[in-house]
Each structure stands twice: as structure tokens, then as C-alpha cells.
Ligand binder design. Structure first.
Ligand code: IVH
Length: 660
């Protein structure tokens, strides 16, 4: 047989078996037979490189290692979900939806919340073109080579049509696969993974995709990046995902009443221990895509969906003692040192006690048996202490009067429960600030982890963030565990970090109340450090998303001689961070727009046009609404707008106004 014929035959056979295996859960051939087909295909492609294509099943064995991941921009952003924790929370969510939609007939898609790592897959002309991790939701890491090694991710959609679609889902380990992998690693003398979730995130972020190929990861699809026009409901879309060759969760179901959702939750809680993968809750999504559009989004999460989280797992153990840690802002936190205990799949040895008030309220003392709780990624905490049988207890805990690290003064600001070390040169504070500066959501400096920050500060080489930019090669290589290669890489990373945008620079400064989202909002508005440093409180409050408390915090930060000197030092070290224009127009800036009725363009598109022109789009008419755009058959919203005197504009007028 001609090689190209044989390659094409083998390719379709292997694709068929992949689909059988991952969607039907049956297989006509044994694993050995499958491997033989794959090996033959690998051989033929190696002999005839011109016949190799990107969507060949052999991509599953991995490709040449990368030196770093490039970035992927998620369009639209990958959102998170708002959490709910009880039946009452769910009923509140439900009644909000019902009242906003003004209908009785409702459908929810309820789906197990898989406890893995989310992944966004871009298909171009039905072929997997790019795969990105969530990252901060807007910008993730390009892990395409790694995704190709995951057998339940189709490299080509099972369709004759050229389909362009963004498919999102979860990468995870089946518990059986995870167990077998750890057993094999143990036999081979390798370290084992603590839990499936961490193993997933580690495996997906390997620069060498042949290593990922050796990890038996799975993928389940549950969403699209946008609502494809051809689908009206999640139910239909899930069916299409399965037809394209994706695995979808077999426990997904559609519910039509609140009662059905609650009983689906109760059932899932009971099934949880017997499921083949780890789940940490149930996701509830409006089934109808047009209803979703009506309900809309908050900045980070849709308002049409919620994650009903399972109760956190709790275990008891002995409290060895209480230590006090000093954070980046100088805050003193009592931390419980515990006899190691497994909680929710990880070994816990420390748990936070938050502050003195909490310690007293919970009355925990050294030597007590305590209940420890851990929920997902959340820091473990001590819930309560259990009364000792013999009634004998340790001393009542008291917060120290001096900073336990620098011995400097400690203050308690008016109206706060927390104590703070106010010495700006406290080693603990510098160490933590540096860790934060280098962290992924801030300047993202690879190689500058917790250990190295500690070494640098302990050795007295670094007394402020800017100091890491004046280190020299000899000083650095003199440190323990710091070889030449590692040092060279670190210098390259530090150099690269100077090119970060203002938003990341701001996140890195760690101004109280200014996290990733606020940093982005502020950076978009002020564009450069000079403008931000000179901004008045009023100008800051005027930024969308920034309230008076955050505005004051920013003003204080730039007015404080110590913190502003730290910024000046960074500028001297070569930082001149700016923020690129997001390309937003201004024709509709300041307008708050609501759409109603049937539009001639997809509603999503209309919204994008409006936002791109600087407007804010909301779903309900309120006193703040400035424009109502009406399509065919506008109903109650039109009446309400008329009553409130809101400006009413036809779809045509609207489209004209944004068309240039
Ligand atoms: S939908 C806009 N469906 O939960 C909604 N998410 O906090 C996007 N997750 O990052 C998510 N199972 O990693 C959705 N069936 C499911 C899910 C699911 C797990 C994760 C996902 C996401 C997080 C949301």
C-alpha cells in the first residue's frame, strides 16, 4: 500500500478507536493492538515527514520540549463561578433568576463540578489549533503540545464541516489512573503526587510534552467560549460536544424546578464517594442561551450560573503549638502547628487561626485536639477545639507585644482586630513582599520562589524589592543551591520582568485592596506610573470598579515616604511601566445600555459593539440606565424605560452610531 493511503487508513482507524474508548467507554481492540497501530503510524510518519499533519493521532506522544510557555489571550475571558453553600443560597439564586426573567418555565443544566484544571481549546476548521490554561482568566499559558497528548481531547472534530469553535472543559485524573500512576512511580523510585488536582496542574504545565504524554490525564468538555448561534440550550450544545468526539459528564442533567435541582444535589452528595473522579460541588447553569444573555455577567462570573460547593472536609488532630507569622503588610497571623493529618486529600501541618479574637472565640490551646477544615484551594483553618477528656489544658494564647521576627513595635489600628508590625525593614515583610512581587499574578518571575526569597533576605542581600535588580552574578552564585545555569536564567527572568505592563507592576506593589482586577482597571485608566502617582482621590474614585476605600489606600501608598521611595527605587532600577490602549472607543462612553426585543444581529455581538464603543451593558432597566436599544417585539422593558424617561433608540440607530 502507498504510504499516504496507509497513513490515512491508520489515522481514521485510530480516531475511531479513540472515540469508542472515550465516549462509548468500550473498545473493539486491546491496548496492545492499539499501540501496534500507533507505532506503525509513527514509523510511517518518521519515514515520510512530508505526510505528517498537525492533527495526526501521533501528536499524542508529545513533541520537542519548550523553553517557556507563550501566552494565550482568552477571547472571551475564562470566567469563574460564584459559590453557593446551602439550600437557602440556591433558593435565593433561583428566585433572583425567576424574577429577572419574568417567566415560570425554567431549565437548569446541573453538572458535577470537576475538581481539576480548566482548559480552553481553540478549533480552527475543525482542527485543534491552540490550548490554553486559565491563568488570570484573560491571559493563560499556551499548553497546546501538552493538550495534544491527552487522548480524550479530539485533535480533529468528528464532522465534515469546517467548524470554528472554542471548547472549554476540565483536565483531571480518573482516580484509577491516578492510583496506578502513583504505584508505578513508587516502584520506579520516583516521588508520588499528593492528590489528583495538584498532579493535574503539574502534568499540564510540563515544558517537555513527552512527560505529559506519560501521565494518563482525561478531559471532559462543558462549555463554549461563546454561544454558538446554532445552539439554543446547554443540553443541545452538550449533545453536539459528544458528537464532535468529546467526553461529557454522564451525570449531567436538566432540571425544571428548584425541587429537582435540590434533589439532584442530594443525590450527587450520596454518589460522590463512588464516582470515578474527584468533584467538589455541583454547577447550576441556565439551560437557555437567550435567557443567559438576559441575566448577564458580573465582572468575573456569570450571574446565570452558580457553583454549589460541597461541605469542606473536616478531620481532627493534635495542636502542637501556636506560632505567629508576619505577612507582607506586617499583619500578624496566629498559625496552628499540627500533628500531620490528611484532610481532603492533602497532608496538613499548619492551619490559620486568623487573629487573636478568633483564637479566643474558639478557645484553642497547645495540646488540644482540634478540628481542621480544608475546602479546595482555601488555606486550611482550625474550626474548633474538642473538649479534652481529662479537663487539663495548656495556657491561654496571647498575641506577642513585639514583632516575633524583628522585635519591632506592633500596633492595632482603630477599629481593626488585626495587629501589625510597622517596621518597614522587618525581614519577614521584605521576604513576603518579594515573594508577592515575583508571583504569577504579579511580575511572574520564574525561579524566584519562596525559598530563594528567604535565602536572599536572610543573607542580607536584599532589603527591598528593587534590591533584586542590583544583585550581581557573583553574589548570586555564592548562594547555596544556586548554580551558574540557574543564576543566568534568573537574570534573564529579571530582565524580562522590566517589560511588564503597569497592571502587573501595580499588583506586585501589593497596595492594600488593590488586587489583579483593580490593578487592571486603574492601569487602563491612568496608563503610566506618573499619572497614577499624581491622581487625586476623586480621580481614583471616578475609575469604574474603584471605591472610596481603595482610592484612599492608593493615595496613602503614594503619599507615604517609605512606600513611595520603594517605587522610586524601582523606577531607578529601570522600570517605566505603561498600559497599552485596549482599543476602546469613546462614542458611547459613560452610557449604560440595555437591549430588549429580538435584534437582527446576535445579542452577544451587539453587546460587544456597545462595550467596544465605551458603554456599559446591563440587563435590567434601572434609574441609572441611559439608553434602551429596542429590537422587534420589545415588551415590558420598553414600558419601564418610557416611564423612567430613558432615551429609546432603535437597533438601526444604535448600529449606525457604532459603525465608525
Ligand atoms: S462552567 C462561565 N462547568 O469550576 C462558567 N465549570 O469556578 C465557566 N468547573 O474554572 C465554568 N466543572 O474549572 C463549568 N461542569 C462545569 C465545571 C466547571 C468544573 C470548574 C472550572 C471553572 C470553575 C469555576
Amino acid at each position: 500500500m502507498k504510504p499516504h493511503r496507509e497513513i490515512s487508513n491508520l489515522t481514521s482507524l485510530i480516531r475511531k478507536y479513540n472515540r469508542q474508548y472515550y465516549t462509548g467507554n468500550t473498545s473493539d481492540i486491546t491496548d496492545a493492538e492499539y499501540d501496534a497501530l500507533m507505532n506503525r503510524l509513527l514509523f510511517l510518519e518518521r519515514e515520510n515527514p512530508e505526510l505528517h499533519s498537525d492533527d495526526s493521532p501521533t501528536a499524542r506522544v508529545g513533541s520537542a520540549p519548550l523553553s517557556s510557555f507563550s501566552a494565550v489571550i482568552h477571547d472571551p475571558p475564562m470566567l469563574s463561578l460564584s459559590n453557593i453553600f446551602s439550600k437557602e443560597d440556591f433558593l435565593a439564586f433561583h428566585s433572583r433568576i425567576v424574577s429577572e426573567l419574568d417567566i415560570d418555565q425554567i431549565g437548569y443544566s446541573v453538572e458535577p463540578k470537576l475538581d481539576g484544571v480548566s482548559l480552553s481549546l481553540v478549533y480552527e476548521n475543525s482542527v485543534l489549533a491552540r490550548a490554553g490554561t486559565r491563568g488570570d482568566g484573560v491571559r493563560g499559558e499556551d499548553v497546546t503540545d501538552n493538550a495534544r497528548t491527552i487522548r480524550s481531547i479530539p485533535l480533529r472534530l468528528n464532522t465534515d464541516q469546517p467548524v470554528n469553535v472554542v471548547v472549554r472543559g476540565e483536565v483531571f485524573f480518573m482516580l484509577e489512573d491516578f492510583k496506578r500512576m502513583n504505584e508505578k512511580r513508587l516502584e520506579a523510585g520516583d516521588s508520588t503526587f499528593a492528590n489528583p488536582r495538584n498532579a493535574t496542574s503539574g502534568s499540564l504545565r510540563q515544558l517537555d510534552s513527552t512527560l505529559t504524554a506519560g501521565r494518563p490525564l482525561s478531559f471532559i468538555a462543558y462549555a463554549s467560549g461563546y454561544y454558538p448561534d446554532d445552539f439554543k440550550t446547554q443540553e443541545e450544545f452538550l449533545k453536539q460536544l459528544a458528537d464532535w468526539g468529546f467526553a461529557v459528564n454522564r451525570e449531567n442533567q436538566t432540571c425544571h424546578t428548584a425541587g429537582q435541582v435540590i434533589s439532584a444535589y442530594d443525590t450527587l452528595v450520596k454518589m460522590r464517594p463512588d464516582l470515578p473522579m474527584e468533584i467538589d460541588g455541583m454547577v447550576i447553569k441556565l439551560n437557555s442561551f437567550s435567557q443567559r444573555e438576559e441575566i448577564g455577567f458580573l465582572s468575573r462570573a456569570p450571574r446565570w450560573a452558580a457553583a454549589w460547593k460541597f461541605h469542606a472536609e473536616e478531620m481532627s488532630t493534635t495542636l502542637i503549638g501556636i506560632e505567629v507569622q508576619v505577612g507582607r503588610t506586617g499583619r500578624l497571623t496566629p498559625v496552628a502547628r499540627l500533628e500531620p493529618v490528611q484532610v481532603g486529600g492533602v497532608v496538613v501541618t499548619n492551619a490559620t487561626l486568623h487573629n487573636q479574637e478568633e483564637v479566643i472565640r474558639k478557645d484553642v490551646r497547645a495540646g488540644d485536639i482540634v478540628l481542621v477544615r480544608r475546602a479546595g484551594d482555601v488555606i486550611p483553618e482550625v474550626v474548633t477545639s474538642l473538649p479534652p477528656e481529662d479537663g487539663i489544658r495548656g495556657k491561654v494564647f496571647e498575641m506577642p507585644e513585639k514583632c516575633p521576627v524583628c522585635n519591632g513595635p506592633v500596633v492595632q489600628p482603630e477599629g481593626e482586630v488585626n495587629l501589625y508590625c510597622i517596621n518597614p525593614s522587618c525581614e519577614a515583610r521584605i521576604r513576603r513582599s518579594l515573594e508577592h512581587w515575583a508571583s504569577r499574578k504579579a511580575l511572574d518571575i520564574e525561579g524566584l520562589g519562596k525559598k530563594l526569597c528567604e535565602q536572599l533576605v536572610d543573607a542580607g542581600m536584599v532589603n527591598s524589592i528593587a534590591d533584586i535588580y542590583t544583585l550581581n552574578y557573583h553574589e548570586l552564585t555564592a548562594l547555596e543551591r544556586m548554580g551558574e545555569l540557574k543564576a543566568t536564567k534568573l537574570f534573564a527572568e529579571l530582565e524580562k520582568s522590566r517589560g511588564n505592563p503597569l497592571s502587573r507592576f501595580l499588583t506586585g506593589l501589593g497596595i492594600p485592596g488593590v488586587g489583579e482586577v483593580a490593578s487592571r482597571d486603574i492601569a487602563t485608566e491612568f496608563k503610566n506610573l506618573g499619572a497614577l502617582g499624581n491622581a487625586s482621590e476623586d480621580e481614583l474614585i471616578a475609575v469604574r470598579g474603584i471605591g472610596p476605600v481603595t482610592a484612599l489606600s492608593i493615595r496613602r501608598f503614594f503619599a507615604n515616604p517609605v512606600t513611595s521611595a520603594a517605587v522610586d527605587q524601582l523606577v531607578k532600577a529601570g522600570f517605566n511601566p505603561t498600559e497599552e490602549d485596549t482599543g476602546k472607543g469613546t462614542t458611547l462612553s459613560g452610557e449604560i445600555i440595555v437591549f430588549t426585543g429580538t435584534l437582527t444581529v446576535p445579542r452577544q455581538e451587539a453587546k460587544q459593539l456597545a462595550t467596544a464603543a465605551g458603554a456599559k451593558v446591563t440587563s435590567a432597566i434601572t434609574g441609572k440606565t441611559t439608553i434602551l436599544v429596542t429590537g422587534e417585539n420589545a415588551g415590558s422593558k420598553l414600558k419601564k424605560a418610557e416611564k423612567l424617561g430613558v432615551r429609546i433608540v432603535s437597533e438601526e440607530e444604535f448600529l449606525n452610531s457604532v459603525s465608525h
